[in-house]
Design a protein around this ligand. Structure first.
Ligand code: DOR
Ligand code: ZN
Length: 353
């Protein structure tokens, strides 16, 4: 007889990739992230994007104010990022590093996703000086790894990005710290597991739990639409194997990306899944599905700090094996938000210490 584990206690985790937005949406969602995570790498794709250290500091202040308004009292530190543009000067990287507030610079290939219009059109052609400075200052480059070439099939954009951009980038800047954000393919997982030099990857809950069938299950399902898009089942399995492996290069990044219900359920609806409310429940369900709950602490709480050169958190959290049903909708100040896996049962429930 085997007795299933009833409780899991581990170091408080961090979210190494989240969208907190601004204004009412920020006030609506920041408390959810702060409830489960001690720190989070906050994406800079606001309108207009966060391109300077000064803007990042101001955005951090707005996040802390919104957190106070939200009523969430758990301690939370936002780790800010800059949005890389064709014109980011090397001096801005030095300033960002010196601030102690900015912990990464995000590459959005122009047109790849939500608010990426100001993104980079040709990385090695336009961003050489900034990349050189990032390498020198040990400032990680956080990569949305998809090509935007319309001739490349949307399901192949990540794999093609590795050959066209990632390999030449890392050949030219071998000491640059790179996080391959929200990997979605076997090719991405294999590359990160085996490549030389300082490389790591975040993995979202949706890419661990679902394959692309979820997008079409019983009809068109916009709440499973995110970018990079869900892939075939063998890719999901490769990601699950990577996340639960002994490699310290894979860590938690929800890519929680809130859009109100109406902006998802429309023609040309927005990309993004909302998972901040129940992130650990989702990850625990994924790890449990392959009997690897013992690997969750490394993925959620240890590997990220090690890569970013930050201390691990001193607090602890608990997950209890209690069946919980994810609400169909969250009624928030910004409007109705449909969480990932709405209406589904999860076997685990989060409990702060
Ligand atoms: O699905 C996504 N949503 N992917 C991204 O890269 C951006 C994000 C957003 O900001 O909504
Ligand atoms: Zn994202």
């Amino acid at each position: 007889m085997t007795v299933a584990l009833q409780q899991l206690r581990f170091r408080r985790p961090d979210d190494w990739h989240v969208h907190l937005r601004d204004g009412d949406m920020l006030e609506s969602v920041v408390g959810h992230t702060a409830r489960q995570f001690a720190r989070a790498i906050v994406m800079p794709n606001l309108t207009p994007p966060v391109t300077t250290t000064e803007q990042a500091i101001q955005y951090k202040d707005r996040i802390m104010t919104a957190l106070a308004v939200s009523g969430q009292t758990a301690s939370f530190t936002p780790l800010m990022t800059l949005y890389l543009t064709n014109n980011t000067p090397a001096s801005e990287i030095a300033k960002a590093k010196a601030s102690g507030v900015v912990h990464g610079v995000k590459l959005y290939p122009a047109g790849a996703t939500t608010n990426s219009d100001a993104g980079v059109t040709d990385l090695l052609k336009h961003c050489g000086a900034a990349l050189e400075a990032m390498q020198q200052h040990q400032m990680p480059l956080l990569v949305h790894g998809e090509v935007t070439d319309p001739d490349v099939d949307v399901f192949d954009r990540e794999a093609v990005f590795i050959d066209r951009v990632m390999l030449p980038l890392r050949q030219q800047f071998p000491e640059l710290k790179v996080v391959f954000e929200h990997i979605t393919t076997q090719q991405g997982a294999d590359y990160v597991a085996t490549a030389e030099g300082p490389i790591a990857a975040t993995i979202t809950p949706q890419h661990l739990l679902y394959n692309r069938n979820a997008l079409f299950s019983g009809g068109l399902r916009p709440h499973w639409y995110c970018l990079p898009i869900l892939k075939r089942e063998p890719h999901r399995q490769a990601l699950l194997a990577a996340a639960t492996s002994d490699s310290s290069r894979f860590f938690l990044g929800t890519d929680s990306a809130p859009h109100v219900k109406g902006r998802k359920e429309m023609d040309c609806g927005c990309a993004g899944c909302y998972s901040a409310w129940h992130a650990l429940e989702l990850y625990a369900t994924a790890f449990d599905s392959v009997g690897k709950l013992d690997r969750l602490e490394a993925f959620a709480s240890l590997n990220g700090p090690a890569f970013y050169g930050l201390p691990v958190n001193e607090e602890y959290v608990t997950l209890e094996r209690v069946q919980t049903t994810i609400p169909e909708v969250l009624d928030l100040k910004a409007g109705d938000l449909v969480p990932l896996a709405a209406g589904e049962a999860m076997a685990w429930r989060f409990k702060a210490d």
